[in-house]
Write a protein that binds this ligand. Structure first.
Ligand SMILES: Nc1ncnc2c1ncn2[C@@H]1O[C@H](COP(=O)(O)OP(=O)(O)OP(=O)(O)O)[C@@H](O)[C@H]1O
Ligand SMILES: [Mg+2]
Length: 462
């Protein structure tokens, strides 16, 4: 595939070509492996992801004009909204972050401000690009690490100190032998000296949140101010290798290039999933925490509309970042969102409530289906669990009925049902070692039916 020159310069070509095979059909197929039904939602996200790739095929001028088509996923609880996002994240090779709208508060209130979303996204992107570069220069790094390990085993660097040719040759021969031994793994426990750099974090300036939850900007500033001490340590070679490899990688990575590429990627291919977006909406009211809810919306708006966010690595523009919002909208409606924000999520998809038939499929079809999980878990104890189709049918029915009579928590109900069903087997698994346990309709009914019928009881247990 031909990649545009500009993109090569921007360094995102590798990513684009990797996403090239991710057609909408392919994305939906991939999602189908884990999520039953919800085709409308799957199709929408697939198209949105593909559109970003399409945009990057255009020339620069046109690229600027094409904005992302943000999506709002609406549906009751436990029907697959977050699951779609999670699976999407694993699939796309782009920087992706999932946040909960409720975790953020208006600037100035307790909690994180929404700019942190973009800063986190960039951090992810940096880690991704770093990983790729590290992979690219791995052989070079490994070579250097080996040389340095030999250096530390045999002082007198490269025989430079030797006066004559013969001494130098002898030195080289010794190095050669050491290299062989090293490669054969015979020197792993030998003690060698390494120089390590340590940053002392003075206790007195710890914040109540702890160092790593400190605001990122502040933390960066802080790190620079801290005195670093170097220290020589004598440690086993296999440990030294890890330290030296990290140091060598740090020295060989072009940090500026990595950062620049990470920023470009974030700007052009970043994907932000905002969960629980319905929880920050609701009519503007003058009292209590609602004020800051509207505030979160107001703060989100510029980011979703496109603005520049300052990070410690540089400025990130958000104009082309794709946002997917999700929420149950049971107490509020999308039209309760601020009008400007509504306009920024032009694509609406509804996820449907799951039926009994869906439950039957969810229990057995997805690659991570509950029955498969339980079977595999108990197999580790030497117990062979066999779920009969009728049993699965009965479980699905009970899940459906309890959802109707108690609270409807969607597919999550299946988890509680399954746990309850296998409680005994799970506890006594070692006793059943080498046995086969057949879970049939009768088993399900005898273990769950009474519970399911008693509305009060099922509220607590199922
Ligand atoms: N359609 C589905 N197919 C397969 N599994 C599903 C489906 N819907 C939900 N699940 C399972 O149920 C669990 C809960 O689903 P998920 O987290 O996607 O709910 P949600 O729609 O985000 O709900 P909420 O509004 O409460 O956040 C997931 O772990 C997932 O495995
Ligand atoms: Mg969710």
């Amino acid at each position: 595939m031909a990649v545009k020159e500009d993109n090569v310069e921007q360094g995102i070509s590798a990513m684009i070509s990797r996403e090239a095979e991710l057609t909408p059909v392919k994305i939906v197929e991939e999602l189908d492996k884990y999520i039953i039904g919800q085709q409308a939602a799957k199709r929408s996200v697939a198209v949105a992801i593909r559109n970003r790739w399409r945009r990057l095929q255009l020339d620069q001028q046109l690229q600027k004009e094409v904005g992302p088509k943000n999506i709002l996923m609406i549906g009751p609880t436990g029907v697959g909204k977050t699951e779609i996002a999670r699976r999407l994240a694993q699939m796309v090779k782009a920087p992706f972050i999932k946040v909960e709208a409720t975790k953020y508060t208006e600037i100035g209130y307790h909690g994180r401000d929404v700019d942190a979303i973009i800063r986190d996204l960039l951090e992810l992107s940096i880690r991704m690009v770093r990983g790729e570069y590290a992979e690219k220069i791995k052989d070079q790094v490994d070579h250097q690490v080996e040389e340095r390990l030999i250096d530390s085993l045999l002082p007198g660097r490269h025989g430079e100190a030797a006066e004559d040719d013969e001494a130098r040759q002898r030195h080289e021969r010794t190095r050669g032998k050491l290299r062989e031994q090293l490669r054969a793994g015979g020197l792993e426990d030998k003690l060698v000296e390494v120089v390590v750099e340590e940053k002392a974090i003075p206790m007195g300036v710890m914040t109540p949140m702890g160092f790593d939850q400190m605001d990122e900007e502040f933390q960066g500033m802080f790190e620079k101010l801290l005195p670093s001490r170097t220290q020589t340590k004598k440690i086993p070679l296999h440990e030294a290798r890890k330290i030296i490899r990290a140091q060598q990688l740090e020295a060989m990575l072009d940090r500026e290039k990595v950062t620049l590429e990470a920023i470009r990627r974030t700007e052009n291919t970043g994907l932000v999933f905002i969960d629980e977006i319905d929880k920050v909406c609701g009519p503007e009211s003058a009292h209590g925490p609602d004020v800051s809810r509207q505030g979160v919306q107001r703060d989100l708006l510029p980011i979703v509309e496109g603005c520049a966010v300052t990070t410690r690595h540089g400025t990130v523009r958000t104009d082309h970042i794709l946002f997917i919002g999700a929420g149950a909208f049971s107490r509020s409606k999308p039209s309760d969102l601020m009008p400007e924000l509504q306009g920024r999520f032009p694509i609406r998809v509804e996820l449907k409530e799951l039926s009994k038939a869906d439950f039957v499929r969810i229990l057995q079809e997805p690659e991570n289906a509950l029955t498969k999980q339980q079977k595999a878990l108990l197999a580790t104890e030497g117990v062979d669990i066999d779920f009969k189709p009728k049993a699965i049918d009965a479980m699905a029915l009970i899940a459906y009925q309890v959802n109707q009579s108690a609270q409807n928590i969607g597919a999550r109900r299946l988890y509680t049902i399954m746990e309850k069903l296998l409680e005994e087997v799970s506890f006594d698994a070692p006793k059943f070692k080498g046995k086969k346990i057949v879970i049939d309709e009768k088993y399900v009914k005898s273990h769950l039916e009474e519970l399911a019928k008693d509305e009060d009881l099922s509220k607590f247990i199922l």
